[in-house]
Design a protein around this ligand. Structure first.
Ligand code: ZN
Length: 597
């Protein structure tokens, strides 16, 4: 596929009415040069989302998302870049011209497309084998016993891998694929004598697809008792990252949007059984505890997730992490308490099971209160040691909630049940809260990016308050955009030591891109910062004096960091010299403040 010509993209952005596109998702009101409204990417009551019709950019000052109209369509509709471009071009009648791209990029794309074809072919082969071969009779029987009908099995492309050692290896090669390619997508593996053989044999095959329905890998369930692992998945490859994928998401996404809720279950057959019963907002975590990446992927789609997992055994650690990620994204995580030893697939097979399951989902409890309840129920309140242990167990759960009414409620419940003073319980919760305030936050946690695979959608970042240093550096960087010639000078003077992690990256981008409004970075985090700066530049007054003052204040922060570091090293001479330097700087700051005001 050839690349869309840069001029076409430019013309498209000029033609498309960004206000019209965004207005379909939120009401916008004019406010000065901008249009403002409630953010369509995070829940809020007062508008912090704004659109700049002149620069044709949007930015949310609440959650930090931002970009141009193409980015908006990508994120809101869950599309890839070229799909978003094509959709807009279609709607606004813009002809797209294409140009030949870098041959290496073209080769990579070509290669990736071949691997995709190989996976699709193989999935189709497995599916046909399930229905047509004698060998798969037992598998058909097993699926039937689980109450799964042909319609849902075909819709999800469920198949069967033959027992032969080389069926896929041979067929793949006959179709012109190399052994290396078969390896790369995880369909074959190497044995002891360096001989290749099929990874999946005598297994029911569940194709694992991304949001756009493309097969990226497989989960295989053993059909013979001598097969070792009951479930085998495609190994992690460049192609396949199981921890980022949700089973069934391609078929669930519309229902998730409609129900404004996702239901997360553990197994492949659970997902199938629920979809068959009309509960189509169900997705699967494929046998493991829910991962941070999966929570993040869901938070890009929906604000409420109900876990119908065996929460009792799902691993407290993983649940705590999931809860923290969800809280950071203002996503609600609830738990539907499944009856012990019954999974959703089994429940669906019972008379009236679907209704019972729906009811459990409706009545689902907040994850944190569920976890606290679990600990309290198991605690023998007559034993002081057990009470201490229980308190230790619930403190991190409560700490993960941040300041909230729910947390205060649970603190009271814990205090009452364990017979402690509420203030004492609260003290433990505060002690368990990850360090905050005062200190500069570390680099932002690594979050999955919206990849070409659409594996994890770019989820909006719910930024906490900016530190005073970040506010100062953003003010200065915005002025660098507003006053480009002074900006060049200050961008040259600013070093990494002056800036926070996001500031370092933003400054580097601005040095390279004198016109940032029409050159947005691909990285969603950085794009969010750059759109914010462009909008600040247009809204806030800028002057050389104000720039100098902000620069000096950042310089002071840098010196203080250095002084602290010298102190820690025990280099007192250096520390004294730096302190003298700081005294001089403080005077210059006082002077600059008089000039500026
Ligand atoms: Zn927002």
């Amino acid at each position: 596929m050839a690349l869309i010509a840069a001029e076409s993209l430019e013309r498209l952005k000029q033609t498309v009415d960004i206000v019209e596109v965004i207005s379909a998702h939120t009401d916008l009101r004019r406010q000065g040069a901008r249009m403002v409204g409630l953010c369509p990417f995070h829940e809020e009551r007062t508008p912090s989302f704004s659109v700049d019709p002149q620069e044709k950019l949007y930015h949310c000052f609440g959650c930090g998302v931002g970009g141009d109209v193409i980015k908006f369509v990508e994120e809101k509709e869950g599309l890839g870049f070229s799909e978003a471009v094509e959709l807009l071009a279609d709607r606004y009648g813009v002809e797209l011209e294409r140009e030949q791209e870098d041959p290496r990029a073209e080769a990579r794309r070509q290669h990736k497309r071949r691997l995709g074809q190989l996976l699709e072919r193989t999935a189709a082969y497995y599916a046909a084998y399930l229905w047509d071969s004698d060998e798969a009779g037992q598998a058909r029987e097993y699926l039937g016993e689980r109450g799964l009908g042909e319609e849902v099995l075909r819709a999800f492309g469920v198949g069967y891998a033959p027992s032969a050692w080389d069926k896929i290896l041979v067929r793949g090669q006959q179709a012109g694929f190399s052994v290396a390619e078969l390896h790369e997508v995880g369909l074959v593996q190497r044995g002891r004598q360096s001989r290749e053989y099929d990874r999946f044999r005598s297994r029911i095959m569940f194709p694992i697809r991304d949001r756009r329905g493309r097969t990226l890998g497989f989960g295989g369930r053993a059909m013979r008792s001598d097969q070792g692992a009951k479930y085998v998945n495609t190994a992690e490859t460049d192609f396949f990252h199981k921890s980022q994928l949700l089973y069934g998401v391609d078929r669930a996404k519309a229902a998730i949007a409609k129900a404004a809720r996702a239901v997360v279950v553990e197994g492949y057959t659970d997902v199938l059984a629920l979809h068959q019963a009309g509960i189509e907002e169900a997705v699967g975590v494929m046998g493991t505890a829910i991962t941070d990446e999966q929570v993040a992927a869901l938070s890009g789609m929906v604000d409420e997730v109900v876990l119908a997992l065996d929460a009792d055994s799902a691993g407290q650690e993983a649940m705590l992490r999931a809860q923290r990620v969800a809280a950071g994204r203002r996503m609600r995580l609830r738990v539907a308490a499944m009856p012990a030893g019954v999974d959703p697939a089994e429940m669906m097979a019972e008379e009236g099971g679907a209704e019972r399951f729906r009811e459990l989902v409706e009545r689902a409890e907040e994850l944190s209160s569920f976890q606290v309840g679990l600990v309290l129920d198991r605690t023998d309140a007559s034993s002081p040691a057990a009470r201490d242990r229980a308190l230790e167990g619930v403190a991190p759960v409560l700490a993960g909630l941040g300041e909230s009414a729910l947390r205060d409620d649970l603190v009271r419940r814990v205090a009452e049940r364990l017979d402690f003073e509420p203030a004492m319980v609260m003290g433990r919760v505060v002690a368990a809260t990850p360090a905050s305030g005062g200190r500069e936050p570390g680099p932002p946690a690594r979050e999955p990016r919206g990849s070409e695979d659409g594996a994890a959608p770019p989820a909006p970042r719910r930024v906490a308050e900016l530190t005073s240093r970040e506010r100062r550096e953003r003010a200065l960087l915005a002025m660098c955009i507003a006053l480009p010639s002074e900006g060049r000078e200050y961008l040259a003077r600013l070093t990494d030591a002056h800036l926070s992690g996001s500031g370092v990256r933003a400054a580097a981008w601005l040095r390279e891109h004198p016109d940032p409004a029409s050159n947005l970075p691909e990285d969603p985090e950085l794009a969010g910062v750059i759109t914010e700066l462009v909008m600040l530049a247009r809204a806030e007054p800028a002057s050389q004096e104000a720039m100098e003052l902000n620069y000096l204040l950042l310089e002071q922060r840098r010196l203080e960091d250095e002084i602290a570091a010298a102190g820690e090293r025990g280099d007192y001479e250096r520390r004294a010299a730096l302190s003298r330097e700081r005294a001089g700087l403080v005077e210059r700051i006082a002077h600059a403040q008089r000039v500026e005001s």
